[in-house]
Each structure stands twice: as C-alpha cells, then as structure tokens.
Design a protein around this ligand. Structure first.
Ligand SMILES: [Zn+2]
Length: 193
C-alpha cells in the first residue's frame, strides 16, 4: 500500500476511536448554512469558520466557483437539507489566478502530464501526446479575486433554481492573516430580495 494510504487509514482509525456519539448526528446541517469555497490545501473551512461535524455544508472546487455543479449542491442544500444562508469564499494567492483557459488548453494539448510553474508561467515538461478536449471545458479561472466573488454571488442570486429569501455573503480569505474579508459589493448583490 502507498505511504499516503497508510497515513490516511491510520489517522482515520484514531478519529474513529474518539468519535463518541457523533455517529448519531442527523443528516441536515445543525447550523443551517453552507459555504462554497476553494479546494486549496491551505484552507480549512472547519477551522477558519469554526465548524464541527454536523454543523454546515462545505462545497469545494477549484476556485470556489459557482459552477453548475456547485449550484446543484447548493440547491440540494437549501431545498432538501435546510440551509438558509450561504457564503461564497474565495481567497488570496489562488492557483486559479495563475492561468487562463487558453493556457490550460495549450498545456493539455501538448501533454497530459504534470506541468510546472516558473517565472514565465506554466509550461509542460512531460511527454505528449496531449488532447484537444481541454478547449471544451470552461476552467473558471480568476483574473481579479474580488470580481470573481461578485460574479459568483450574482450568478447564484439570479439562478432560476435559487429562491430569493436566502442571503448570500461574499468573502475573500487571506491565506497569510487567515482573516475573512467581506466583499461588500458581493454581499450587496447577494442580499435577500
Ligand atoms: Zn484557490
């Protein structure tokens, strides 16, 4: 078995040993809110937002973007599982700021292997062949962090499957200070109508 698998299973055994009666928690989040945030490894929503098991939904993807699939989860979260307030939380120094759709399409077009980031940007160092499939995906990259939060809150707010009575707050998490900084324009766009 890989070293990582060993580490994960060992950590899980330790967690299970101390889990106590939390196995009896109900499915709906006890604090009735959801967070959409980035998958960045430096972000720990349970810690930065003070969550315990059973408290809230956390939906994560590259960038914390309001993709169709993120909205799918949010709609389920509200309609079937009782969340009543949502947060969109992007962050400083996001990897999604380091490339564009064109860059990703070119990289994948020449090689599927891992690319490397240097002073000039991303470049392929692995062998081909690549694939043209990358051009059919909207990678939802970010060029301006505050702008992306506003865009995503606005998209969720105006989505036909999202009810108008749920407030949506927009924040940027600072990876150095670990502070959550509100993007006023986003929260304004996400207010209850
Ligand atoms: Zn990120």
């Amino acid at each position: 078995m890989s070293k990582i698998v060993d580490q994960v299973l060992s950590a899980n055994a330790g967690y299970a040993a101390k889990f106590g009666d939390k196995g009896k928690l109900p499915m709906p989040p006890g604090r009735h809110f959801a967070i959409l945030t980035c998958m960045d490894a430096r972000l720990d929503p349970a810690k930065y937002a003070g969550l315990a098991e059973g408290d809230a939904h956390v939906i994560r993807n590259a960038g914390g973007r309001a993709s169709d699939d993120a909205i799918r989860s949010l709609v389920i979260s509200y309609k079937l599982l009782g969340t009543r307030e949502w947060f969109v939380i992007h962050h400083s120094d996001c990897g999604m700021e380091t490339f564009t759709d064109g860059v990703m399409t070119d990289l994948l077009g020449s090689s599927l292997k891992a690319a490397r980031l240097d002073a000039k940007g991303w470049r392929d160092v692995g062998p081909g062949p690549g694939s043209p499939e990358g051009r059919y995906i909207n990678w939802l990259t970010i060029s301006d962090n505050a702008r992306s939060v506003v865009e995503d809150v606005r998209r969720i707010r105006t989505h036909p499957l999202v009810p108008d009575d749920i407030p949506i707050y927009g924040y940027i998490y600072d990876v150095k200070s670990v502070r959550l900084n509100e993007i006023k324009e986003a929260s304004e766009a996400g207010r209850v109508r």
